[in-house]
Design a protein around this ligand. Structure first.
Ligand code: SAH
Length: 261
């Protein structure tokens, strides 16, 4: 390989192949095609479509141009759980700040963080509906939110354009990592595998059940308690042993509550 751009094979963009672009309840099939094209231009390949409103559709094919293979290989599924299965990091994209603040990174920081994840980690980036973005419930599954710093007076990008910007920044971050090959990386030195999204979601369910049994949560008026706890645990990126320990504590607590009744 000479000067200039790296050889695409050698470059391999290992990190780009571990990133799933997840489009949730997309209304306009043209945006699905545009997303596929944006991804292929930037070297990403894994497209997930959660319950698209109108798909398959010719408009998606037209907009995809030479990225038809991505559309053909796209995984269409009913739920976010399926689309994020096995993922260690789930990132939500959003133009707006929400009622409860969540860790947020601009797109460049987010791409660098993703590039620094261990190679074996799977990552999902969620994109919302054209009319109302991601729901709070979806955003609360994410370790952090990603914002493209747009004009505050008109902050919401077209869905295909948002996918383009995110994929471009991921490519730039991958390129920087492959050239420097010394990005700091907290994950590779870790002794235990990071917990996956399903493991974390099962823990949240268990935590909520236990807190209801303890009467810490009133199911008729749960307030923002689980939201705040989710944010706390997601921020700490627990590993599998840590999640098992926490669940062990919950099980022991439940036994004690039961025996007290
Ligand atoms: N009207 C919606 C925005 C929908 S735009 C709202 O107010 O939430 C469709 C999707 O494109 C968003 O859900 C998000 O995934 C992405 N997007 C648009 N603008 C963005 C921005 N500035 N930063 C990050 N993601 C953005």
């Amino acid at each position: 390989m000479g000067q200039g751009l790296p050889d695409p094979e050698e470059f391999s963009f290992f990190m780009l192949n571990k990133v799933r672009i997840v489009l949730i309840h997309t209304s306009h099939p043209g945006n699905i095609g545009a997303a596929a094209r944006a991804m292929k231009n930037m070297g990403l390949s894994q497209l997930y479509l959660v319950a698209p409103k109108q798909y398959p559709d010719d408009k998606a094919v037209w907009r995809a141009a030479s990225a038809l293979d991505l559309l053909e290989n796209a995984i269409v599924c009913d739920s976010l759980e399926v689309a994020t299965q096995g993922c260690h990091l789930v990132v939500g994209t959003s133009a707006r700040d929400r009622s409860i603040p969540w860790p947020v990174m601009d797109v460049r920081q987010a791409a660098e963080t993703i590039a620094a994840e261990p190679d074996e980690h799977k990552i999902a980036i969620l994109f919302g509906r054209e009319d109302r973005g991601l729901t709070n419930q979806e955003l609360q599954q994410c370790q952090f939110h990603l914002q493209i710093p747009t004009n505050a007076e008109y902050s919401s990008l077209n869905l295909g354009a948002a996918v383009q910007v995110v994929c471009y920044e991921l490519r730039v971050a991958a390129l920087a990592k492959s050239q420097l090959n010394n990005a700091w990386d907290w994950g590779t030195e870790w002794d235990v595998e990071a917990a996956t999204n399903e493991e974390i979601q099962r823990f949240f369910k268990h935590l909520e059940e236990t807190l209801v049994e303890l009467k810490v949560i009133n199911p008729k008026n749960p307030r923002q308690l689980m939201t705040r706890l989710k944010r706390l645990y997601l921020r700490s990126r627990p590993d599998q042993v840590e999640i098992n320990l926490l669940r062990g504590i919950l099980t022991a607590t439940q036994k004690l509550v039961q025996s007290d009744k």
